[in-house]
Design a protein around this ligand. Structure first.
Ligand code: CTP
Length: 413
């Protein structure tokens, strides 16, 4: 029989707070118990009554209230939950989390918890891109806080850009996934003796990169990061000390994986270099080949002249790692996202980039490889070609982790 999971939802003060009502309803429908803390800012946007009605529980608001503390204080509120969710997470609460400030019930509960935390940032685009917020996010990410969003789109303030809170459905999926992962982590701990990659360090790149043109525009591609995330999760499950360098995605962090979030190809390159030495490298990211030579600090205005973009080549991370002299990982695996004769092109890429294995996949229109849940791949190495049937990206991750473990546990030198 499955045990009922409990979420402590913290609703802080942003216009997106209205979406948290739908999130509460979703979670109730999914059979997840929910208790809410409403910050004073949050209470300007949604009412205590609507949250209490939807969550079918009392709403907690005041750190010093006898009524709120009676029976259940901030320590117990966080102890009682399996997961703390902050949605919306404003720039202010993110900064307080980073600094360890506990000056109200929400921040005190967040500081007092030893449970997983998921935050859904929501704020104006300029607050989001501000160095202070980005630095705070990087630190929370390093501390293992799970992050969903923000999304890009029209904002309540009339601007367009990154900063919209993720949709309640997406947050619900992320919460369910975190619960599943917690369960499988328990199982994984029991199966520890089975871990064929224990003692090995794995580095995985995943997702797209965003190459800025100005503060609001960037060049991107259709990669969802799903395949790279699945590979990182599978390597971690096999006991590898796994670090994933991920471009911007909407996916939650794979359990047991240290995630470093980056934006551009150059940031991804620098982050990879910092992680060396590693035993295993899998480059699954769809790294942009080019970036703008002169990205601007100010938004490019329409002044009647259509701008010309001058591009420059990005570093090739896979080639660099395959050819590094002092620090070459024992096994370097690349992906060849191709259209047409995918295997021939992968063979050519294997030779050019000097990696050990190339995983060829077809990204032609209609294959749904980019953004989809399934993939059909061909593993190309010096021994030939191995064709795998269509399977889920998770199964490809598991099968690849097995192949890697078998390879490293056999003497090839
Ligand atoms: N790759 C990388 N750094 C880059 C470009 C690609 O690490 N700057 C890696 C990808 O992660 C992937 C492999 O190289 O593992 C092949 O990527 P792909 O986009 O298929 O090839 P490109 O090198 O971009 O070549 P082309 O666009 O000519 O096909």
């Amino acid at each position: 029989m499955s045990v009922e999971k409990r979420v402590l939802l913290i609703v802080s003060g942003g216009i997106a707070a209205y979406k948290s009502l739908e999130l509460v309803r979703n979670l109730k429908n999914a059979g997840i118990a929910i208790r809410c803390i409403l910050t004073p800012g949050g209470a300007r946007f949604v009412t205590t009554l609507s949250l209490a009605t939807l969550s079918e529980d009392k709403v907690y608001e005041d750190l010093f209230s006898v009524a709120d503390q009676g029976g259940i204080g901030h320590i117990e509120l966080s102890r009682d939950a399996d997961l703390l969710v902050v949605a919306p997470a404003t720039a202010d609460i993110i900064a307080k989390m980073r600094a360890g400030i506990a000056d109200d019930l929400a921040t005190a509960a967040l500081l007092a918890t030893n449970k997983p935390v998921l935050i859904a940032p929501a704020m104006n685009v300029r607050m989001w891109v501000h160095e202070a917020t980005q630095e705070n996010m990087a630190i929370l990410n390093d501390r293992g806080v799970n992050i969903i969003g923000p999304d890009e789109g029209d904002m309540a303030c009339g601007e367009y850009g990154m900063g919209r809170m993720s949709e309640p459905d997406a947050i619900t999926i992320a919460i369910k996934k975190l619960f599943q992962e917690t369960n499988s982590r328990d199982t994984a701990l029991i199966c520890k003796s089975n871990q064929k990659l224990a003692g090995k360090k794995a580095l995985v790149t995943s997702g797209p990169t965003h190459e800025p043109l100005d503060p609001v525009r960037y060049i991107a591609n259709r990669s969802s990061g799903r395949q790279g995330h699945a590979i990182a999760a599978a390597l971690a499950k096999k006991g590898a000390d796994t670090v994933m360098i991920s471009g911007p995605t909407n996916l939650s962090d794979p359990i047991g994986v240290t995630v470093r979030r980056v934006g551009s190809a150059v940031e991804m390159f620098e982050a990879c270099k910092r992680e060396l030495p590693a035993d295993i490298v899998v480059c699954a990211a769809a790294v942009a080949d080019w970036r703008a030579l002169h990205p601007t600090d100010k938004k490019i205005k329409k002044d009647g002249v259509v701008p010309t973009l001058e591009l420059t080549q990005n570093p090739d991370i896979l080639s660099f790692l395959s050819q590094s002299i002092s620090n070459r990982p024992r096994l370097v695996v690349g992906f060849a996202a191709e259209t047409g004769s995918v295997v021939d092109k992968a063979l050519d890429k294997l030779a050019r980039k000097k990696c050990d294995w190339m995983i060829a996949n077809d990204v032609s229109v209609g294959t749904q490889t980019f953004g989809g849940t399934k993939n059909t791949v061909h593993i190309v190495d010096q021994n030939g070609i191995e064709n795998w049937p269509e399977m889920s990206k998770e199964s490809i991750g598991d099968r690849l982790a097995d192949r890697i473990a078998n390879h490293l546990n056999t003497d090839h030198d």
